[in-house]
Write a protein that binds this ligand. Structure first.
Ligand SMILES: Nc1ncnc2c1ncn2[C@@H]1O[C@H](COP(=O)(O)OP(=O)(O)OP(=O)(O)O)[C@@H](O)[C@H]1O
Ligand SMILES: [Mg+2]
Length: 379
């Protein structure tokens, strides 16, 4: 695997995969952190930096190495589009700056845990690529650094393992106080969240067209024909959305069974569709918001954002993973909420049909839902 972050940077080794129990421990530590807010991203497209980037990403831009572009800023991480090795190879840089309000040692430990957990799971899932039955796609890991501050404390080079208290106060690397970063393959595509919202916009546009046909046609029959055509088009697109939902159910099933991985933060923002034609890095992402064209749903499903992932084969963990997705889906896509259970979960082309033990997990999900309901009643 290539390990150099960008053109002139020093190599960074990707750590070997750890035994399956380690991430679990990390997760329980992290679960108790009050500031954890999975996936509360406000997608923006801007080129303004809100945090100083660490080396080697803070070098002045030139024609061969353009400055990284900020894509989104979440509660925990900033996501930049940059390049890897050549200016025409896009890469995603996920930078987790240290949090000044958190105790430095705890902050360094949590940041390291997150970035390592994410990288290990990505490397593990990428190794399934050679399995012809594999249905889980994830971005490849290109490089990572889990202790940005270490370099200014004289603690050794980029290849050295980070020490426990690495995110200390003394560490300012050209303005970046500390933190960690992960450089990944760039997935040229759109999130399922944006695609479904694009679909809502497209349906709203159709409704407008139906209203226009009312009274606009001199011959009543023409208006009826037009309305029927629009109706058919909408039904056709709804079937495409349902097919996508079944594929998502299958992908999550494969993650659980083939990967042995629990995502920990399954939302429609963390599922991307990479158009089949986008193998070339310069191709443009699928349309999501035009109301004249339905969103393009063809493409490979990619799961991203494994910062809260754990390795487990437990039915309970799998059921909770599904519950997180179900709740996120319901609140983000109320119009498609009713399709979730039938398509994502219960369809034999969805989660239920994706592996042998899926039925047991779905049974367990019923208990998890009951617990969730009780908890929300108690407050
Ligand atoms: N490999 C990638 N290629 C293209 N875009 C990506 C990639 N990884 C992430 N993104 C984009 O950046 C957004 C934020 O990334 P991600 O979900 O990993 O971060 P986050 O939600 O801020 O992280 P966390 O919840 O761990 O703090 C994604 O929703 C997606 O739009
Ligand atoms: Mg996310």
């Amino acid at each position: 695997m290539a390990t150099t972050p960008i053109n002139d940077a020093a190599p960074v080794p990707v750590p070997p995969q750890q035994p399956s129990s380690t991430n679990k421990d990390n997760a329980s530590t992290e679960a108790s952190q009050p500031e954890q807010q999975p996936s509360q991203l406000t997608p923006t497209t801007t080129t303004t930096f809100t945090h100083a980037l660490p080396a080697p990403f803070n070098t002045p831009s030139s024609s061969s190495t353009p400055a990284p572009t900020l894509i989104t800023q979440g509660a925990e991480a900033l996501l930049y589009r940059t390049t890897f090795l050549t200016a025409s190879t896009p890469a995603a840089l996920k930078f987790r700056p240290s949090k000044p309000y958190r105790h430095a040692t705890l902050d360094a430990r949590l940041t390291k845990q997150r970035v390592l957990a994410e990288a290990r799971v990505l490397v593990k899932l990428a190794s399934l690529r050679n399995d012809p039955t594999n249905e889980v796609n994830v971005p490849a890991v290109l490089a990572l650094e889990w202790d940005v501050a270490r370099k200014v404390k004289g603690g050794g080079g980029l290849g050295q393992r980070g020490g426990g208290g690495g995110g200390g106060k003394e560490g300012q690397v050209n303005g970046a106080r500390g933190g960690a970063w992960l450089l990944m393959e760039w997935i040229e595509g759109a999130s399922v969240k944006d695609l479904l919202r694009g679909f809502d916009g497209w349906v709203a546009g159709l409704k407008g067209r139906v209203e226009k046909t009312d009274g606009g046609d001199a011959v009543e029959d023409d208006a009826v024909v037009k309305r029927r055509k629009i109706q058919q088009q909408q039904e056709h697109e709804e079937e495409n959305i349902k097919a996508l939902l079944r594929r998502i159910g299958r992908a999550v099933g494969a993650l659980h069974s083939q990967g042995g991985v629990i995502h920990g933060d399954l939302t429609t923002s963390n599922i991307m569709i990479r158009p089949l034609s986008s193998s070339s890095p310069s191709s443009s992402p699928p349309s999501t918001s035009s109301s004249s064209l339905p969103p393009d749903l063809t493409g490979a499903i990619y799961l991203i954002d494994f910062g809260l992932a754990t390795q487990s084969m437990q039915d309970e963990d799998r059921a909770v993973d599904l519950y997180v997705l179900e709740r996120a889906f319901g609140s983000t896509h109320p119009r498609q909420e009713d399709w979730f259970d039938a398509e994502v979960l219960q369809s034999t082309d969805g989660y239920r049909g994706s592996f042998k033990g899926a039925g047991v997990v779905l049974k367990r999900l019923e208990e998890v839902r009951l617990r969730g309901r009780k908890r929300s009643m108690v407050g």
